[in-house]
Design a binder for this molecule. Sequence first.
Ligand SMILES: NC(=O)c1ccc[n+]([C@@H]2O[C@H](COP(=O)([O-])OP(=O)(O)OC[C@H]3O[C@@H](n4cnc5c(N)ncnc54)[C@H](OP(=O)(O)O)[C@@H]3O)[C@@H](O)[C@H]2O)c1
Length: 344
Amino acid sequence: MGYRVAVVGATGNVGREMLVILEELNFPVDEIFAVASRKSIGVEVNFGDQTLYCQDIELFDFSKVDVVLMSVSGAFSREWSPKIGKAGAIVIDNSSAWRMDPDVPLIVPEVNPDAVALASRKNIIANPNCSTAQLVVALKPLHDVAKIKRVVVSTYQSVSGAGKQGIDELWDQTKAVYSLGPTDPKKFPKQIAFNVIPFIGAFNDDGYTDEEAKMWNETHKMIDPSIALTVTCVRVPVFVGHSEAVNIEFEQPISVEEARTILRNAPGCLVIDKHEPGGYVTPYECVGEDATYISRIRTDPTVDNGLQIWVVSDNLRKGAALNAIQIAECLINRKLIQAKRKAA
Ligand SMILES: NC(=O)c1ccc[n+]([C@@H]2O[C@H](COP(=O)([O-])OP(=O)(O)OC[C@H]3O[C@@H](n4cnc5c(N)ncnc54)[C@H](OP(=O)(O)O)[C@@H]3O)[C@@H](O)[C@H]2O)c1
């Protein structure tokens, strides 16, 4: 028997990718519903060869579903996820609303799958920030062997991480540059076409951004609070695929060869690291792929026990939709969700 699944935010970047991946992975779906805002009532989205018509969240009966894959804003999730959880469905949420709630597990299945056991506290599970997801997939297996002391990250984040409007803005501005039209920024604080912006989210009092703070807070919650992590998050004119330059300082010695072997055998990681032109992965190549790609593994000679790596992944997949569906699979494998009987 399959499950009754609702995708909330089904018209968005992440929601559409969820529908693709549910079908690709042959997720045991008995019935599936696409849900979005009132303005999207009747909008068509695809699930395999089926066409789904979006329903208004305000009118949707969540008591008839088993799993809700939620990909809407944090404010919206704060209001709706507890109501849906109380109605008996389990919510897997992509927003930042619940990630640091002590009663909500924050999960990347390759890193901390056992945390699903805590899901029953609120019937909500949080998916991490897209940049954190791919980072922890790479860090955890190395931490298990040589204990990470400090990490310095620079991100190169694609515009799809900022939703549909982010993609539209890069597309429109790029065309406008060629046709000498207006390139006024709307979604991003400065022009993103042919530019990079060292700012994502909102400023905190300490000068970091909330996007940057998410990366250390979520890494602490999922791997180890003793890891010192500092980061600069940068938006780049790439449609899909986040990249990260990661400098890692370990407590114990670890060679490049050891790290390469560990990462080659680690779940979710794929090492492509040849010392020849093109022997590394770029975001363009990771689109539509599930893996977290690791390239440019080398020693950092400026610290004791230091390594540098380059980490690339599809932010709409491992950073959001794929991770959420892998969490749902974890729940099924551990028998932590029951399929409701379909009403006669
Ligand atoms: N993109 C990424 O790489 C990524 C990664 C990790 C996490 N996330 C998080 O995932 C969430 C969704 O991101 P996204 O990139 O998919 O955004 P998006 O493309 O802008 O889509 C937003 C979705 O939310 C729906 N929505 C907005 N207001 C609503 C309302 N009042 N009632 C019901 N539905 C409403 C929209 O439906 P309408 O079309 O009807 O407005 C749309 O389906 C965000 O919290 C984001 O931070 C994104």
